[in-house]
Design a protein around this ligand. Sequence first.
Ligand code: DC
Length: 220
Amino acid sequence: MSAPVIAIDGPSASGKGTIASRVAKRLGFHYLESGALYRVVALLSLREDTLDEKRLAALAEEMEVSFDDGDILLADESISDKVRSELVGSRASEVAKVPALRQALLKRQRSFRRPPGLVADGRDMGTVVFPDAQLKVFLTASAEIRAGRRYKQLIEKGIDANLRALSRNLRERDERDAKRAVAPLVPAPDSQVLDSSALSIDEVAERIVGWWQERKGGRT
Ligand code: DC
């Protein structure tokens, strides 16, 4: 049987990444931040100044990306800071509409599924990439809370940010991600929807670990 998967999907800045990596640590599972793969393709698309669909798919297929304890490497170059910029995030949501690129990333994402298990975060983990995931969570938070969290993150990193522009940018990305034809951002029908607006990171992570333990307990 394949290794178990916990899929955590949700809109931009819903806290998926922080929560998913925390849950993975708690359970000793591997972690896939699928958005980072889209962001790396976006960075390459900006560097080459191309939005050609075939080229984007080829880049997704061939790029030498690796993850090293939170650091993202492209061959030997550390690109973590670059891929986390708002510019690259917006471009990622644009290139993510391209079906051939999504197809090219499928196998790569599925290769992260290894024992003892995987926590994967993104937009279509529970609907497309791991439809047989044992636990699917759709993590949301109000648009204001998400913009505020993203603002705080950027300021803490010493990056200049504007709350209103961030809010607008988030709304545009949400709309693009939810409306695209292929693998749009929608909760899987069998997902647990969790609104984190009024919860701390620890509370959200604990709730997901609790759900996981309940499922495991139910099966054995
Ligand atoms: O999670 P993130 O904000 O780093 O993702 C950046 C963009 O990549 C997001 O706006 C849409 C796209 N994406 C996607 O289409 N499917 C995923 N599984 C993850 C990200």
